[in-house]
Design a protein around this ligand. Structure first.
Ligand SMILES: Nc1ncnc2c1ncn2[C@@H]1O[C@H](COP(=O)(O)OP(=O)(O)OP(=O)(O)O)[C@@H](O)[C@H]1O
Length: 219
């Protein structure tokens, strides 16, 4: 499904040149649940953003469903991001001036398919936040905020979830809940790629990869 070939990303400044990714090769199959681990600065987020078509590599390819992501037009890449991927971040990235329901339906502004309110309500019910639909993010607990972010990520029925430390601000109980939602999504055929430092996700993943100074050192 996804093939990463000889991926390099350099960040050059006047004083330094950081190889954030250095010759990374990786194949990701449908319905895998992959954890990306490695010390701070090892390139985990860079790899995730390249997978999401949000960060242009210096060289190398990201092939998704036989298409080279970085040979697509900007419009095609935007469509891939909006329709095929759900993003979940540590800090939720909810819009504070929108209600929970409006946040969940936010992909409507970007995705090709028309999302409707009843789908959002059904998803919110599955995630246990149906009583919060008219609240603003500031009125929610951390675990509730992340479930809203999950609903927003899932509403387009993406084939791939990219998650960057999604449980970094959550306690153990909420972490386990989020991991169970990811597992359910994966068991229904979705693919999850998740950056994490912790070990709570280990039991949920089908594979763990490790980066060190931009190199993939362990599968
Ligand atoms: N925009 C940028 N400009 C310059 N250097 C950058 C930029 N983004 C990332 N880097 C550098 O690239 C390297 C990899 O960064 P990345 O954020 O991918 O690491 P990470 O493994 O996700 O780290 P953390 O666990 O701390 O989030 C780091 O040395 C970082 O300083």
């Amino acid at each position: 499904m996804i093939e990463i070939n000889a991926l390099h990303k350099n960040f050059a400044t006047s004083k330094s040149n950081v190889a954030a990714l250095n010759n990374v090769d990786l194949k990701i199959n449908k319905s895998e649940f992959i954890l990306i681990k490695g010390e701070s600065g090892s390139g985990k987020s860079t790899l995730l953003f390249a997978l999401g078509g949000m960060l242009h590599p210096s060289s190398g390819d990201v092939i998704v469903n036989n298409k080279n992501l970085f040979s697509l037009s900007e419009k095609e890449r935007r469509s891939y991001r909006a329709n095929d991927i759900g993003f979940v971040f540590q800090s939720y990235h909810l819009l504070s001036y929108l209600t929970v329901l409006e946040n969940i339906l936010l992909p409507n502004t970007l995705a090709d398919i028309q999302l409707n309110k009843s789908d959002a309500i059904q998803l919110a019910t599955e995630l246990g936040i149906e009583k919060r639909l008219n609240h603003k993010p500031s009125q929610l607990s951390a675990g509730e905020k992340q479930r809203v972010a999950l609903a927003r990520a899932l509403i387009t029925k993406p084939s791939l979830i990219l998650a960057d430390e999604p449980t970094g601000n959550l306690d153990e109980r909420n972490t386990i809940e989020v991991m169970n939602y990811f597992k359910k999504y994966q068991q229904e055929g979705g693919t999850v790629v998740m950056v994490t430092h912790g070990s709570l996700a280990d039991d949920y993943a089908t594979r763990t990869i490790k980066l060190h100074q931009g190199k993939l050192i362990e599968e």
